[in-house]
Each structure stands twice: as C-alpha cells, then as structure tokens.
Design a protein around this ligand. Structure first.
Ligand code: XLS
Ligand code: NI
Ligand code: NI
Length: 438
C-alpha cells in the first residue's frame, strides 16, 4: 500500500470495559466466544460505502461539511479508485469483516450505460484487489435507482417503460459485479418505488411491474450462477410519500402474492421500522416468524426528528432486542449487522468515522452478551410459554389442531362454566428482568 489515509491510527484493539481510550473496543472482542461462537461470527459487521465513504454530509439546508483529504473534488474513476483504497484501509483498521455498496457510490455515473458499466468495472478491479489483500468480503451489493433524475417517478414502478429498462440494466450489471466480487447477497431497496400522489398512480400496474422486475432478477441470478441471498429492505416513506415495501408485513404479503417468497429474505433497518410506526423488535418478530429474516441495517433514528436520520446505534436496549431475535432464529447465515448509519454533519473529521463505528460495534457486542445471558437464564422465555399454557390443555389442543368448531367449543364451555380469570401480563416485572442484565 503506497498511500496511508488514516496516519496515526493503527488497528483498533480490544481494550476491555475498563479502557478509557476512545480508539479501543470496550466490548467487541472478535475472537471471544459467546455461546460457543465467536463474536465475529455472531455479528458479521459490515461497513456501508455510501454513508461512510461517499457521503459529503450535506443536508437540505446546507452544503457538505465532510473533510476528506483523499478526495480530489472530481467525479473521476481515478478518484473513485483512490477512495476504494482508503475504504479498505478504514475497514481493515476497524476490523470489520464485511462491506456493502451501491453501484453509484463506488463508481461515477458515465454519460450513458456503456460508460457507466465501464467505470464500474474499473473500480471493481480495485475492490477485488483490496478484498484479496485484506480478506474483507462483500456482504451485499445493490444498485442506486433513486438519485438520477430519470428515476424521479420510480424505477421498476416508473410509468415509463424505458426507465424500467434502464433500471433493469443497472441491476443486471450490479448483480454481475456483486457475483464477481463473491458477494454473499444482493439487496433491493425500493428508493422511489411508491407514489407522491394517488391522483396519477395506477398502483396495481406498478406493483405488477415491480414483481416482473424481481422475477427477472431471479431468472438472471440463475443464468449467471449467482447463489447469494436476495433481500428486500422495507421502508414506508422518504423519499416518496408512500413506498410499496412499507414494512415487513407488506413485503411478505407482496412476496407471497407474486410467488417470490422462495427467493427473498428481508433486510430490516431500525430507522425504517420506526418510520413505519413499529419498534425494530416488531419488525424482527414478523420476519423471524415467517422464516424470512436475512440481515439487518443497524442504525437508529432520533425520537425528536421525523425522518431517516440513520444515526449510529448506541442504545443497549435496542441492540439487546436485535440480538435476542437473531439468537432466537439461530444466528445469521448470509446476512450481518450492516451499519447503514452516518456520522452527523457536525462530526466531519475522518476520525469521527472510527468513533462512530467503534461505538456501534461495542453497542452490538454488549447487546449480544446481554441477549445471550437472558437466553441462558431462561426466565423470560419460561414466562412467555407459561402465559400461553392454557392452550396446552385439551380445549386448546382441539382448537389449535382444527378439530373443534364454534358449536363444540360452546358446548364445552357451557358444561365447564365461564372461563377462569386470566393471570397478570407482568409487563413491569419483565422490564425489570431485562434491566437485571443491562
Ligand atoms: C435508505 C436505505 C438504503 C438501502 C440501500 O434509506 O436504507 O441505504 O439500505 O439501498
Ligand atoms: Ni438501509
Ligand atoms: Ni435508511
């Protein structure tokens, strides 16, 4: 490596809970075993290219503030290649095993498809070299189908067929590059797949097109021999007023309606869950219950702000509940904890990229340890199964198995007498139980 981009910062070490060094991990100790598996394998941390390496930190009211000495201010391939070297130095020093990208955050858009594809290939060459040099792997790739003006009314749900076709070509190429880089997954986030006003929208036709698009992707995946996992990432709004993949339940309904369930899992993002009016725990539960949780985009919103602020997760309750669900499903297979999070506009120095990721990784490492302790303790799970234990009796079994109908049940209850009083839900006691471990 010729140029060093983060001089003075060495590989982030585990300092332990007593460390007061902001450039050391207090809890994330990659080789440490939790329930027989290393933290590295449980958490499968991933750094996102778009927020960490390509985001100038602007907001709707002000220009970008990010100080990034390696940027030369051009949108050239050479600049993108240098940025790729910088990205891998950062991820290696941080010690995360994975990264994720959109086509357009790694390479500049050209003046037409051919040139854009060529630019992508030239940067992908460097990505491949750096992957081989560092051992860092691609968690998933994706295509940016929301920034270019042509996508202002959607990509695969555009009213214009040629826009659909452009989006298809972009996804085709992004799948090829992801496959070539050994990507373990590919994500579809419906950036503008929704509507701004129902007055001009044929919702049925748009949803049919979205489904056709995804079926084409499934076919192409087979054609090129790509075996990575496909993900759909729900989000209810922003940039559009309503996005079709609004939450986990809406995505599952869409996938089932269009016979796509076998080909997709969900990539759930905390800030998207809260925008949808759900807790992340709700979204995770919906997905796990359908065998469809694939990966998570780890971040958080701000309760005082109503948009996708994509902040780094530092709340131990949040990370605990995420890890409880992930442990409950038996851990990630293809997915991971992907930091779809950005430093604040006010945190514009390169070193802030380290502080933010170290904090997020530590918060998840603690969440993992706490979740494992809660699981091993068993009282929470025991309480929940005891709460439903009446269903294990004769009446419950007859109902659950479908043997009994309304008339049978009524007969039984008349003979038995009115139902027995139900036990307390014990919410506060359970909240205290969680606190015992935090
Ligand atoms: C935006 C999404 C996006 C996806 C990838 O809100 O979270 O970053 O994760 O396209
Ligand atoms: Ni995301
Ligand atoms: Ni988001």
């Amino acid at each position: 490596m010729s140029q060093e981009f983060f001089p003075g910062i060495s590989k982030i070490a585990f300092g332990g809970p007593k460390s007061r060094n902001p450039l050391e991990f207090k809890h994330y100790n990659d080789d440490e075993l939790v329930g027989g598996k290393t933290m590295r394998d449980h958490l499968r941390f991933s750094v996102v290219y778009w927020h960490t390496f390509s985001n100038p930190l602007g907001d709707p009211f002000g220009a970008g503030t990010a100080v990034r000495p390696w940027e030369d201010g051009t949108n050239s391939v050479a600049n993108a290649q240098r940025r790729a070297r910088m990205a891998f130095e950062f991820i290696s020093k941080l010690g995360a095993p994975y990264y994720a990208f959109h086509d357009r955050d790694v390479s500049p858009e050209g003046k037409n498809l051919t040139e854009s594809h060529k630019n992508f290939d030239e940067v992908a060459k460097v990505l491949k070299e750096e992957q081989q040099r560092t051992g860092i792997k691609l968690l998933w790739g994706t295509a940016n189908l929301f920034t270019h003006p042509r996508y202002n009314q959607g990509a695969s749900t555009s009213p214009n067929v040629e826009v659909f076709a452009m989006a298809a070509s972009q996804v085709k190429k992004a799948m090829e590059v992801t496959h070539d880089l050994g990507g373990e997954g590919y994500t579809f986030w419906g950036g503008r797949e929704g509507y701004q006003t129902m007055l001009n929208t044929n919702m049925k036709r748009e949803l049919d097109h979205l489904a056709r698009f995804l079926h084409m992707a499934v076919d192409y995946k087979k054609a090129i021999g790509f075996t990575g996992q496909f993900y759909i990432e729900p989000k209810p709004k922003e940039p559009t007023k309503h996005q079709y993949d609004s939450d986990a339940a809406a995505c599952l309904n869409f996938l089932r309606t269009y016979d796509l369930m076998d080909h997709f899992k969900l990539n759930l993002e905390t800030n998207h869950a809260t925008l949808a009016g759900h807790e992340m725990l709700h979204e995770l539960t919906v997905a796990v219950d359908s065998g469809a949780l694939g990966s998570i985009d780890a971040n958080t919103g701000d309760p005082m702000l109503g948009w996708d602020t994509d902040q780094f997760p530092t709340d131990i309750y949040l990370t605990t509940h995420c890890m409880r669900k992930i442990l409950e499903m038996g851990g990630f297979t293809t997915g991971g904890v992907n930091f779809d999070a950005k430093v604040r506009r006010e945190s514009f120095e390169p070193i802030d990229l380290f502080y933010s990721h170290i904090g997020g990784m530590d918060a998840f490492a603690r969440g993992l340890k706490i979740a494992h302790a809660i699981q091993t303790d068993g009282r929470l799970a025991d309480f929940v199964s005891a709460r439903y234990s009446s269903w294990d009796g004769e009446l419950g079994q007859q109902i659950e198995s479908g043997q009994a109908g309304f008339a049978d049940i009524e007969k039984l209850m008349i003979a038995k007498g009115d139902s027995a009083p139900i036990g307390s839900g014990r919410q506060e006691m359970l909240e205290n139980l969680i606190n015992e471990f935090i």
